[in-house]
Design a protein around this ligand. Structure first.
Ligand SMILES: [Zn+2]
Length: 118
């Protein structure tokens, strides 16, 4: 039985502040795409201790998906948590800014450009 920090639910992948579960990332991505922004935020924080960093098999993080789906509140929340803005996915090497422009999400792109210190 696990007795350290982090959260463990019977039959589930162990989750800790250094969680790397692609399963958790896929569930978070799905919540961002399907729910409204508040539902997505609540699910993300509940589901994975390392929600800001976990990535799916294609290297997509919550920041990539929030950017490409125009969920600016989720985007702002993740940026406040100090995520890496230039993280590239494995699919195409796209950063969150590339993905927001590719999907025509100009509000996401504008915000990402504003917060990026060049
Ligand atoms: Zn996790």
């Amino acid at each position: 039985m696990y007795k350290g920090g982090g959260e463990y639910r019977e039959g589930e992948t162990f989750c800790s502040p250094s969680c790397r579960s692609t399963e958790h990332a896929e569930e978070i991505i799905s919540a961002i795409l399907r729910g409204n922004e508040y539902q997505a935020l609540a699910f993300m924080c509940w589901r994975c201790t390392n929600y800001a960093t976990v990535a799916d098999e294609a290297g997509r993080t919550a920041l990539h998906i929030a950017s490409s789906s125009g969920k600016v509140r989720v985007l702002k929340w993740l940026i406040k948590k100090g995520v890496n803005l230039n993280i590239q996915d494995k699919e195409s090497g796209y950063t969150p800014l590339h993905r927001s422009l590719y999907h025509g999400q100009l509000n996401s792109a504008r915000y990402l450009i504003m917060v990026t210190k060049i």
